[in-house]
Design a protein around this ligand. Structure first.
Ligand SMILES: Nc1ncnc2c1ncn2[C@@H]1O[C@H](COP(=O)(O)OP(=O)(O)OP(=O)(O)O)[C@@H](O)[C@H]1O
Ligand SMILES: [Mg+2]
Length: 321
């Protein structure tokens, strides 16, 4: 059984809306793959197609070695799906044990393994203490934990998760991330993760894709995406007040210094030659009597990548020098 996902020109429309528009991608076995994009971009629709819950209009996908259209039931038996939090599909009037046993039987889990598997998952999600209570009495985060347990009940080779940490408290979200990392690295499970939590995706995803208006806008490792999107590195230098502003203005004339800006006592500039430029700038400021407090590189984050791809950049409060 393989844990790969191969997607070729997958397309799905709802009436006049093109929810997913000819997307192609590949997810490797044992990878945590982040699928990001604005509301309505087509993430959930893609996941529903890949789990063989709805059919594509065009294109093809092979999930765990099975065709999502021709071998739908095989796909459904090897994937685990954590649906969007609002669509948990849990039975409110049943206890967590009853819920998990019910789903375990749907997946034909052997009766002699059933009880121990359910206990293992409820322990892991810290719900064992509430095993006798009906789900109707559960908090949002507790329901989400139970949904995660449900998605894992048959030990799926490929796990699709739609907003898994929504509603989890910080400690639960952290242990969930550790659990996901372990699942992929130790057990070679593949995780396809839809999320709006960009710092979280930055932490746990090996690669990410951004989908916008149904189209794949970018795909790759975040470090490679950063390099391709920003060829120059950005530095900020903060000074004690009272420095000579004319000296700062002349720094723009140094070769390889671009986009020099000033905001109060902080200078920002871009360069592709920091080894030459940074010492020169420091020297010129110090020689003019300026006192430097810090000089640091502005690290680009996944949020910066996302905003650049989606086309929303923050309004700048910097002044051009
Ligand atoms: N069953 C449906 N019937 C009609 N339109 C639908 C249906 N499901 C999705 N759509 C439309 O398809 C588009 C993509 O929706 P989708 O749920 O895939 O987005 P998403 O990326 O998951 O968004 P979110 O981040 O808000 O969860 C939207 O325009 C949505 O209105
Ligand atoms: Mg969605």
């Amino acid at each position: 059984m393989t844990g790969t996902i191969l997607v070729d020109n997958l397309t799905r429309t709802f009436g006049k809306t093109i929810a997913v528009d000819h997307i192609s991608l590949e997810v490797k076995e044992g990878e945590v793959f982040g699928f990001l994009g604005p509301n309505g971009a087509g993430k959930t629709t893609t996941v529903r197609m890949l789990c063989s819950l709805i059919r594509p209009d065009e294109g093809k996908a092979i999930v765990g070695g099975h065709d999502i259209v021709k071998e739908g039931s095989a796909v459904r038996s090897i994937v685990g799906l954590l649906p969007e939090p609002e669509l948990s599909g849990l039975y409110e009037r049943m206890t967590p044990i009853e819920n998990l046993e019910y789903f375990a039987r749907l997946y034909d889990l052997p009766e002699n393994q059933l009880k121990s598997r359910v206990k293992e998952l409820l322990d892991m999600m810290e719900l064992w203490g509430r095993r006798g209570d009906r789900v109707a009495t559960f908090s949002r985060g507790m329901r989400q934990k139970l949904s995660i347990a449900r998605a894992l009940i048959h030990d799926p080779k490929i796990l699709f998760m739609d907003e898994p940490t929504t509603g989890l408290d910080p400690a639960a979200a952290k242990s969930f991330r550790e659990f996901i990392a372990n699942l992929c690295k130790q057990l070679d499970r593949t995780v396809f993760l839809c999320t709006h939590n960009l710092p979280e995706a930055d932490m746990i995803c090996d690669r990410i894709a951004i989908i916008n208006h149904g189209r794949l806008a970018t795909i790759g490792e975040t470090s490679a995406l950063k390099k391709s999107l920003w060829t120059k590195r950005v530095f900020t230098l903060s000074l004690l007040p009272g420095f000579d502003k004319s000296v700062i203005e002349r720094l723009a004339d140094i070769g390889s210094v671009d986009n020099l800006k000033l905001r109060r006592n902080t200078l920002q500039y871009e360069t592709d030659k920091p080894d030459q430029v940074n010492p020169t700038i420091v020297q010129k400021i110090v020689q003019s009597g300026g006192k430097i407090v810090t000089l640091q590189e502005e690290r680009k984050t996944l949020e910066d990548i996302y905003m650049k791809i989606i086309g929303q950049t923050e309004e700048s409060s910097w002044m051009e020098v």
